[in-house]
Design a protein around this ligand. Structure first.
Ligand SMILES: NC(=O)c1ccc[n+]([C@@H]2O[C@H](COP(=O)([O-])OP(=O)(O)OC[C@H]3O[C@@H](n4cnc5c(N)ncnc54)[C@H](OP(=O)(O)O)[C@@H]3O)[C@@H](O)[C@H]2O)c1
Length: 334
């Protein structure tokens, strides 16, 4: 068993700004609090929200670590007071965090740790918690996606999109998506999408209206918002739902309530990071129960574009900002 050192390396934000603000630094290893475990990190997922936090636009929720990083994989190094017998020191886990992942060690509520799915390496597992839990929370709880539903995910080649396509396809939905290059569209088709529209060169709304004829689209997972909103309202089937998880084109929209009424639409959205430990833990259990068998059978695979050593976190952020990636970007610790 490796002894836990007093100090650890982590990625510090020298001052809010560009990727160059990220630098390797040293600080004491966190102490796991009551109900928490200490994880010796092997890999950490990079998320779009990390870029916003680095720029100073997305502060961590109260009480969360100020260190970047919302998902990791690694081994349990210590158990805090009051933990159950679910985990033992040495167990391999992946975990959803409110912060603290870009570091050699992080403390995490035990309920937010998940087993590493069968057939998935420990490093790959860092790519799973944020995307799988976000997709599950927004497409299956409280209302679920059914086999045969027509489902659209915007940004199909993103970390979230690559997971959403695979999960929806595995549950028997008919999947449409958008992406910004033909290469990305082709990748999305290989993941199980029935159609993939290049939103830069094609009129995606017209193409999707044609695809969804005559019924319309049953569920849309959107990370764009703004001018996409009225097009989504038009595309939805009677009883359809529109779920917002981000708004790169703006958060302010207008809508004719008559359309919502006549089509009986559900317009909703959610965030994950600010939810409490009990809710995140409950989602983690639902994901283990419902999605882990699909990883074991090979129907789901984390899509990982590039893995960088922790000290090259700035390069990982540059890659995400370039938009060239498909799927997830990881940081790893040897
Ligand atoms: N609310 C929540 O609980 C929650 C949780 C996790 C993530 N998120 C959000 O979900 C989004 C995806 O996260 P990620 O980490 O997977 O990021 P990411 O890999 O950087 O993905 C961003 C995606 O947005 C797509 N996009 C940009 N402009 C578009 C447009 N006009 N039309 C269609 N797609 C467009 C990009 O497509 P191209 O690269 O093809 O241009 C890319 O696939 C982020 O905004 C993140 O903040 C929300």
């Amino acid at each position: 068993m490796t002894a836990v050192p007093e100090l650890m390396r982590f990625i510090d934000i020298a001052a809010p700004g560009g990727p160059e603000a990220l630098r390797l630094a040293t600080k004491p290893v966190p102490q796991p609090g009551t109900g928490e475990v200490l994880v010796r990190v092997q890999a950490a997922g990079v998320n779009r929200a990390d870029l916003m936090q680095r720029q100073g636009h997305y502060p961590p929720p109260p009480g969360a670590s100020p260190i970047l990083g919302m998902e990791v994989s690694g081994h349990i190094a210590e158990l805090g007071a009051g933990t159950t017998s679910r985990w033992q020191v040495g167990n391999a886990v992946c975990a959803l965090l409110a912060g603290g992942g870009y570091a050699e060690y992080c403390a995490v509520p035990e309920g937010q740790c998940l087993r590493v799915p069968a057939g998935i390496s420990l490093r790959q597992a860092a790519a799973i918690p944020e995307a799988a839990i976000t997709v599950w929370a927004n497409l299956f709880e409280p209302r679920r996606l059914f086999a045969g539903n027509r489902f659209l995910v915007q940004g199909g080649s993103s970390g979230i999109g690559t997971m959403a396509i695979q999960i929806a396809h595995a549950f028997g939905a008919r999947v449409a998506t958008t992406a910004g290059t033909y290469t990305k569209c082709s990748f999305c088709l290989d993941l199980g999408a029935e159609t993939a529209i290049n939103y830069r060169t094609q009129d995606w709304a017209t193409e999707l209206a044609h695809w969804a004829q005559p019924h319309g689209i049953d569920a849309i997972l959107d990370m764009v918002g703004g001018d996409y909103f009225p097009k989504h309202i038009d595309l939805l089937a009677t009883g359809g739902r529109l779920v917002h998880i981000a708004y790169s084109h703006g958060s302010q929209v207008t809508v004719d309530l008559r359309t919502i009424m006549t089509k009986r639409l559900l317009i909703t959205g959610s965030t994950l990071r600010a939810r409490g430990v009990a809710e995140k833990s409950s989602l983690a259990r639902a994901v283990e129960q419902n999605l882990w068998p699909l990883f074991a059978s090979g129907q789901l695979q984390p899509v990982i574009d590039t893995s960088f050593p922790l000290e090259l976190a700035a390069d990982a952020h540059r890659l995400m900002e370039s938009g060239r990636h498909i799927g997830k970007i990881l940081l790893y610790i040897d």
